[in-house]
Each structure stands twice: as C-alpha cells, then as structure tokens.
Design a protein around this ligand. Sequence first.
Ligand SMILES: [Zn+2]
Length: 79
Amino acid sequence: MTEIWNKKVPMKISLFAWCLFRDKLPTTDNLTKIHILHPNVHLCVGGCGLIEDEKHLFLSCDFFSAIGGMVFLTGLVIN
Ligand SMILES: [Zn+2]
C-alpha cells in the first residue's frame, strides 16, 4: 500500500488509488452508506440496474467498461 505514495506518481493518482483500495470512492453505494443519497438510488448510474460500487464500475459494468474508465482516468491525468 505504501507504493502508491511514490514521488514519481502524481498526487491525484496516488489519492485516487488510495481511495479505490480503501473503498472510499464516491460511488452511489458509498454515498448511500453515509446517508448522502437516499437508499433507493444506490444503483448504477449507467442504467444497468446493479449496485454501483468500485468493483462494479471498474470490472463488471458494461456501460462504464465501454466508456467510463478511460474518460475518468483521462480526466485525472489532464487535470
Ligand atoms: Zn453499471
């Protein structure tokens, strides 16, 4: 886990990786757990009908695997 805090890795990438590994990304599932979103909106915003958590977004969602991952990561690198 300490490898993500390497000086050669941009801070925003390290922070994103830390959040990903700690299950702290603002997915609808996590936002529901901390009562920011209503419990009935914890499903994937891609419209697939499954619970939106990190594993779903990056590994199993057809919608985000098609476009989301690359757009999101590109945004991290550009900004
Ligand atoms: Zn989905």
